[in-house]
Design a protein around this ligand. Sequence first.
Ligand code: IMP
Ligand code: MG
Length: 186
Amino acid sequence: MLQPSDVGHLMGGRKVARIVFQPEDIRRRVVELGAAVGEAYPDGDLLVLGLLKGSFVFLGDLVRSIPRPLQVDFLVAASYGAGTVSTGNVRLVYDPETRLEGKHILLVEDIIDSGRTLNRLLQVLGERNPRSLEICALLDKHLADSVLAKRPRFVGFDAPHEFLVGYGLDHAEDFRHLPFVASLAE
Ligand code: IMP
Ligand code: MG
């Protein structure tokens, strides 16, 4: 098990308070999720749509664990700046070029916090007549359970109500490359 004292060389001076999800735990869970996704789509075209930037590590591991044909595309929806508080202003910076109509769309998110990003995206993507539209999130803080237009069909882990970094999650663009998920020391 990795300890906060083992990872100082990755942190540029910031300290890890706690390693919340270890690399092995994440690896095991992502393989389970990939199998579950494969089973959920016995037929049809599957487009795995990653929400940048946070989902890029998770998505890379996830798609390699899904045992069926699929395509990958990305969206950027920015709701956070350098701070750690959601403004509620979700900006869609980029639209996927791939056609969504008639395809199973699996929207991949790193973490569900307020749910604002996802609600906006569900609305926009739903208008393009996909065959189905589901959410796969690595982490869910369960703060958005009552506001989300649709519960995520696939969730890796329930997340503590702390600010988390690593495995794609950033603080002001730092720490995305950590192979674990951690909370930062104050
Ligand atoms: P929401 O729209 O409030 O659900 O925010 C979703 C986005 O905020 C996620 O895709 C993350 O990029 C970011 N976010 C939310 N919580 C955290 C966190 O604990 N650490 C890092 N980023 C977070
Ligand atoms: Mg972010």
